[in-house]
Write a protein that binds this ligand. Structure first.
Ligand SMILES: [Ca+2]
Ligand SMILES: [Ca+2]
Length: 263
């Protein structure tokens, strides 16, 4: 609390004022000015502090300091100029514009700038850039596809470089999987069998096991450390029904006649 001393008619100037301010406010301009300033400051603190949002991946082990990915809402498409304007609005510098896989840009930002950009109405989210590194190398892979899939430009380099896929679960909706197949390395599990209506999705055809091998096989697979889940919707002849596939997809119980055979 502050005490103002004002000269009052008939009172010594050193004597404090104890009258109610609403009655005598015009006789103490210093007190009025102070009150107005305090009222103005108290009324506008929110406008003085920019809004901030959450930055995904901030502080993670692989985070790249000062580098952020900014993804825009909806179908916003930005060219370099408008990306630069949006980043500059929060104090950042655009380093790359994305307009295919996602709509957004990479930018150099401080932590505070990144949080402010995350709260921008045009921004879906901001994520801190992360270091990535290939975890494995397969020299002389057994297929052209494995050699080709890890590189954009030809010629082939005779190697397949692959990243981590531990913890990734891939559902193979097919004829089931022979989960004991050596190439799957014990990373195959039964999910559901809508043909037999049980939980043993064995493969009596071979196609599902072949697909699982392309996905996660030690030798022939792309994601060499992922887990594949067998979902059997096709019988040993490779035939099934749309109803069976839908029932499996929606988790609905399967109660029906055996699917038609091709033979
Ligand atoms: Ca290659
Ligand atoms: Ca079964």
């Amino acid at each position: 609390m502050s005490h103002h001393r004002c000269a009052q008619p008939g009172h010594p100037s050193s004597r404090p004022i104890h009258r109610r301010p609403l009655v005598r406010w015009w006789r103490c301009p210093a007190a009025v000015l102070t009150s107005l300033v305090l009222a103005t400051v108290a009324a506008s603190p929110a406008a003085a502090v920019p809004a901030t949002g959450v930055v995904l991946g901030a502080g993670s082990a692989g985070a790249v300091p000062g580098s952020y990915l900014v993804v825009l809402k909806g179908d916003h498409r930005l060219d370099a100029a408008t990306s630069t304007e949006l980043a500059a609005r929060h104090g950042g510098t655009v380093t790359r514009v994305f307009d295919r896989v996602l709509h957004g840009f990479a930018a150099q930002l401080t932590e505070t700038q990144a949080r402010r950009l995350a709260a921008d109405p045009a921004v879906a989210y901001v994520e801190q850039d992360q270091r990535v590194q290939a975890m494995g190398s397969q020299p002389n892979p057994p297929s052209w596809g494995l050699d080709r899939i890890d590189q954009r430009y030809l010629p082939l380099d005779g190697t397949y470089l692959f990243g981590p896929s531990v913890g990734v679960r891939l559902y193979v909706i097919d004829t089931g999987i022979r989960i004991t197949h050596a190439d799957l390395g014990g990373r195959a599990l039964y999910g559901y069998d809508s043909v037999d209506n049980d939980y043993v999705a064995q493969d009596g055809n071979g196609h599902g096991t072949f697909v699982a091998g392309l996905i996660a096989g030690n030798v022939h697979g792309v994601a060499k450390t992922a887990t594949v889940i067998a979902v059997r919707v096709l019988n040993n002849s490779g035939a099934g029904t749309v109803a069976g596939v839908i029932a499996e997809s929606t988790g609905s119980p399967v109660t029906r006649s055996p699917p038609p055979s091709r033979t």
